[in-house]
Design a protein around this ligand. Structure first.
Ligand code: ANZ
Length: 957
């Protein structure tokens, strides 16, 4: 019989497992699963309530980062994580858990909007078509999702609650004393009663509505402000810091990004900096991701110090207050509001030429320099290697530790948005200050003794000495001296001194900025905000949610000359006057009034900030999630003090944005009492990428990978030799392989096995279509161990398995269990393969309990074939909810190991013992051994050292 002639094979073996058989089985079982609701996870209550017996089981919440429904559909690289979570979820179901596993769609986003801009077709139409296409692609893979719980972020019933959460955030403030968010009404009550002083010193009653709104805006966790934002005229929208590249351009489109003052919505995520940092310690996340979040939040401990100037003070933030005696000049950010105030009309007598930048007056110099700085991004300004630029303001401030008059500069390497926007410069010990001091011929004074051999005369140095690990020198004033102290002690002493004098204090500063939350886009959630005639923002009452997107004629944001910074955005929603200008009764006792709607939309991140909560209770129209249901699936428990999803799988590219924003929203909802879990995701796992070979012709253009011929290790396309490299998989590189192609050729179970067998889940791996057949063969052999290929009859026998088979079986059970629990799917498959091969080689009919266990072992990985074989083996209930096999420890251990028994350090006996033997038992066996008894020859025993199972050492008395 020839394997290469499938037609002949099918005649000889009409019941062989083939692609056609796989296709039939897979479609049939997928229909049964859908009809039976096999993957429906019951809730303790609500409309998804189910079997209380199931709810009494421990829960497992297994979740993927949900996809953006791209029009291009899925290639085989996309479902890697989905298959992995599915295998894990199936395993958990078989080990006694009530498992919640589903998948929704993160469906607002730019591609559909861009398509709408080009074609005039509503983005909803293209998005829904893409969702439907993806759903059918995913269904083909046999993923065990609870489909009742799926939704898309564009569903009005979903974004109703996204808007509702925005309203909660808008209507709360952060109480620094209680360290939590509270309703803004409590703050108002405190202002009214006088319990808390009103900023500005007036009484709350005496303030106008607009004045009150301004004050509350300083506290609200969602607030509009005129802060400088990243304005990208080329895209026609503002961007979050995270969306701007290191060289100050838009991540998307690569357009220049400018700093512009625009009124925008922000989220006060900075209020949560400490908690976002501290709670990371409790999460089971990859260390690399935790580190990225820590760096992003960027906590710095240091001090604020006042430098007197003209009867006032410039406050600096420094992390090196121990180097105060080495501060020889100061630098303010060019935008610093105090710059004008201290800039004199004329240059002081004898001002150095390099300090003036060639300008006639300090005023001119400052104005020219400011204009220049405004055209650079923060990142460009901070670049280490850049030549340092700046100008002297003409003013001098006093160094408080020694009374020295030091010049005040403005320079763009100091940012307004960090610390206080002003620094004391210590050129000897800070690299940037060193470069600046050299350029402007400023004194460089060593105050930390270098540990290398450069000496303490800093004027001879080539670079700053920035190490912490050294002693302070040259640092004594009238009533404070730091000389001889280490850095840490010096910091403590000087901070205490500053505090006592009332000119400074220890402080913590964060790099994290508030989150810019508005976009000038159509395809996003509208803000549930309206403005009254005084321009005061009001949130919509819940009864007016969802606020649905209006129809508009033109979806495009207005874009501008990419280089023209003096433009400002125009939002698509502002083009529908009937929607924008409305008369509403907000139910606040003021009756119907005219309002103007907010016309920005929320950023893409909004919908993914809380979706893990909506899966729990997707149809609840009264609440975002029922508290009892939330508590059941997410609530804190032993080992998970902050609760959260039990396993969350997705790409490492989401280290800061999505994962930080979602944590922030959870904490606000937690503080306000809406949920019991302050963290959304307890365990995070990053899957690797599936890469693919890219073939390029002599001009470097990719050619279709499917058309490549390989000859003697070289690759050809239409006869022309091409180059092969490893890259991303996708349309543009002409190397995408769709899951459908593989399913047609081999079946979904083979595809699942192949993806899981390619390597450890967290490692990237190259796709190789030719290797897929290996897993297909495994399934064929599995089938053959249960089913007669000629007759289709089940061949298993009721005889007891032999000892070696029992050992092979229980070792496999033991190993596969541990591997599946530990997400080591590739090694689990290797163990199943080994067992299957053992049965094939044994040649005899397989005994029923062995066959059944084998089917159960592979069920999480290849669910369709497992379901079919389970049925063929005579079971009427689904394999999905069977108990996963448990290994019998007697067969798991190697039969025996050799134990060496020594008396006085000499080997006297060798014993064959069980590897599981305890120290006590081994000692008894050793002491009873004839040869040992003979060797001791009646002597007493001083000491017995036992290292079970391999060594016993006896020391006679
Ligand atoms: C004096 C000094 C001496 C500093 C020294 C450093 C080394 P991190 O750790 O990132 O928080 N700095 C403060 N505000 C700044 C701003 N708005 N723009 C640019 N630089 C700013 O950095 C804190 C240090 O960065 C501060 O400590 C300050 O320089 C500078 F040997 O003060 B240091």
């Amino acid at each position: 019989m020839s394997e290469t002639n499938p037609a002949a094979a099918e005649v000889a073996a009409p019941h062989r497992y083939t692609a056609a058989v796989a296709a039939e089985i897979e479609a049939r079982w997928q229909d049964v699963w859908d009809a039976d609701g096999t993957y429906a996870a019951p809730n303790p209550k609500g409309d998804l309530a189910g079997d209380p017996g199931l709810v009494a089981k421990p829960k497992k919440y297994v979740m993927d980062m949900f996809p953006y429904p791209s029009g291009a559909g899925l290639h085989v690289g996309h479902p890697l994580g989905y298959i992995a979570t599915d295998v894990f979820a199936r395993f958990q179901r078989m080990t006694g858990h009530n498992v919640l596993h589903t998948l929704g769609f993160d469906a607002f986003g730019l591609p559909a909007e861009q398509h709408a801009v080009q074609t005039g077709e509503h983005p909803r139409v293209t998005t829904e078509a893409a969702i439907n296409n993806m759903k059918s692609q995913l269904r083909r893979l046999g993923l065990g999702h609870d489909k009742r719980r799926s939704f898309a972020t564009i569903d009005p019933e979903y974004y109703k609650w996204t808007q509702w959460i925005f309203v909660q955030i808008f209507n709360s403030w952060y109480d620094d004393e209680a360290k939590k968010a509270r309703p803004i009404s409590e703050l108002v009550a405190r202002f009214e009663s006088g319990e808390r002083a009103v900023p500005g010193g007036r009484s709350w009653d005496a303030l106008s509505a607009a004045e009150r709104a301004d004050i509350l805006g300083e506290y609200r966790l969602a607030y509009a402000s005129d802060a400088p934002v990243n304005w990208c005229p080329g895209l026609g929208t503002v961007l979050a810091n995270e969306e701007v590249t290191a060289d100050g351009r838009s991540e998307r489109g690569n357009f220049p990004v400018f700093k512009a003052k625009l009124r925008q919505w922000n989220m006060r995520i900075t209020a949560y900096a400490d908690r976002l940092l501290d709670d990371l310690n409790e999460l089971d996340w990859p260390e690399a991701i935790k580190l990225q979040q820590r760096n992003w939040i960027g906590r710095s401990e240091g001090a604020r110090v006042d430098f007197p100037i003209d009867g006032e003070a410039i406050t600096v933030f420094t992390t090196r207050q121990d180097t105060l005696f080495g501060a020889t000049y100061m630098v303010l950010a060019p935008e610093h509001p105090l710059v004008e105030k201290f800039t004199p009309a004329a240059w002081p007598e004898g001002t150095h030429d390099v300090w003036t930048g060639g300008h006639a007056t300090p005023g001119e110099a400052v104005a020219a320099y400011r204009a220049q700085a405004a055209s650079k991004s923060d990142v460009e300004r901070q670049a280490e290697a850049k030549d340092k630029t700046g100008v002297f303001t003409g003013a001098f401030a006093t160094n408080p530790v020694n009374g020295e008059q030091i010049p005040v500069f403005i320079a763009d390497y100091v940012l307004m948005g960090y610390g206080t926007g002003a620094i004391m410069a210590v050129p000897a010990h800070d690299t940037r200050d060193f470069a600046f001091a050299r350029a402007f011929e400023l004194p460089i004074r060593c105050v930390v003794e270098p540990s290398d051999d450069r000496g303490t005369d800093a004027s001879t140095w080539d670079d700053a000495f920035a190490s912490y690990d050294a002693k302070i020198v040259n640092s004594h004033g009238e009533d404070v001296s730091l000389d001889g102290l280490g850095v840490v002690d010096a910091k403590a002493r000087i901070t205490e001194w500053l505090q006592r004098k009332g000119i400074g204090e220890g402080t913590v500063n964060f790099r994290l900025r508030d989150w810019l939350f508005s976009r000038q886009r159509y395809w996003g959630e509208p803000f549930p905000i309206v403005y009254d005639e005084d321009g005061i923002a009001h949130s919509l009452p819940e009864s007016m949610l969802p606020l649905e997107l209006p129809e508009v004629e033109d979806y495009s944001p207005r874009t501008f000359d990419p280089d023209d910074a003096d433009t400002s955005p125009e939002t698509p929603l502002s083009r529908n006057q009937d929607w924008v200008d409305v008369t509403l009764d907000l139910g606040d006792g003021r009756g119907p009034r005219p309002y103007r709607r907010e016309t920005n939309t929320m950023p893409n991140w909004a919908g993914s900030c809380w979706y893990e909560l909506r899966y729990l209770d997707p149809h609840n129209s009264e609440k975002l999630v029922d508290p009892e249901i939330e508590q059941y699936w997410m609530g804190p428990r032993a080992g998970q003090p902050h609760g959260g999803v039990d396993l969350y799988v997705g790409g490492a590219e989401h280290a800061v944005l999505h994962l930080l924003y979602a944590r922030f929203w959870s904490k606000v909802l937690y503080d306000l009492g809406h949920i019991s879990s302050p963290e959304p995701f307890h365990k995070l796992y990053n899957q690797g990428m599936i890469q693919a070979f890219v073939y390029r012709d002599s001009r470097g253009f990719p050619v279709p990978a499917a058309e490549i011929e390989e000859r003697d290790g070289a690759f050809f396309h239409n006869g022309e030799q091409v180059k092969r490299e490893l890259g991303k998989m996708g349309k543009s590189l002409k190397n995408a392989v769709t899951p459908e192609t593989i399913c047609e050729e081999y079946g979904a179970d083979t595809l699942r096995l192949y993806e899981m067998a390619m390597g450890p889940l967290d490692v990237s791996r190259p796709w190789d279509t030719r290797a897929v057949v290996g897993q297909y063969r495994l399934l064929q052999r599995l089938w053959r161990n249960v089913v007669d290929e000629a007759t289709g009859e089940v061949t298993v026998v009721d005889a007891e398995p032999d000892e070696t088979t029992l050992r092979a079986l229980h070792k496999a059970i033991d190993g596969v269990r541990q591997d599946l629990e530990g997400l080591r799917f590739n090694t689990a498959i290797a163990k199943v393969t080994e067992l299957n091969n053992h049965l094939t080689k044994a040649g005899a009919a397989v005994s029923r309990p062995v066959a059944e266990s084998l089917v159960l072992l592979i069920a999480p990985l290849a669910p369709h074939i497992a379901e079919e074989l389970w049925r063929k083996l005579g079971h009427t209930d689904s394999v999905v909810h069977q108990d996963f096999p448990v290994a019998d420890p007697r067969y798991v251990v190697d039969e025996t190991v050799t134990c060496v028994v020594q008396v006085k350090g000499k080997v006297k006996a060798r014993l064959e013992v069980s590897p599981a033997i305890s120290d006590d038992e081994l000692e008894k066996v050793a002491l009873a051994d004839e040869k040992v008894v003979a060797a001791l020859d009646g002597a007493g025993i001083r000491k017995v050292i036992v290292r079970a199972p391999k060594l016993v050492n006896i020391v006679p008395a």
